[in-house]
Design a protein around this ligand. Structure first.
Ligand code: SF4
Length: 79
């Protein structure tokens, strides 16, 4: 899965949302998150993010952000 990280906070360009083929972005007050159960790992959103906030969870050190994405995508509205 891909995960949204802290560089997204207060960015919200939303270009990522437009390209996601499975609509797995969810919106909170200050940032977006990806539902890891719905993301199909296509990677098209990553280059669309001007803040470089979207990363594959295969990168090291993203455990905390994966948990944030999983937790809040279950609570926030779908985009
Ligand atoms: Fe959507 Fe693909 Fe990005 Fe996953 S990697 S959030 S499926 S655009």
């Amino acid at each position: 899965t891909y995960v949204v990280t802290d560089a997204c906070i207060r960015c919200k360009y939303m270009d990522c949302v437009e390209v996601c083929p499975v609509d797995c972005f969810y919106e909170g007050e200050n940032m977006l998150v990806i539902n890891p159960n719905e993301c199909i790992d296509c990677g098209v959103c990553e280059p669309e993010c001007p803040a470089e906030a979207i990363l594959p969870d295969t990168e090291s050190g993203l455990e905390k952000w994966l948990e944030v994405n999983a937790t809040f995508s279950a609570q926030w509205p779908n985009l």
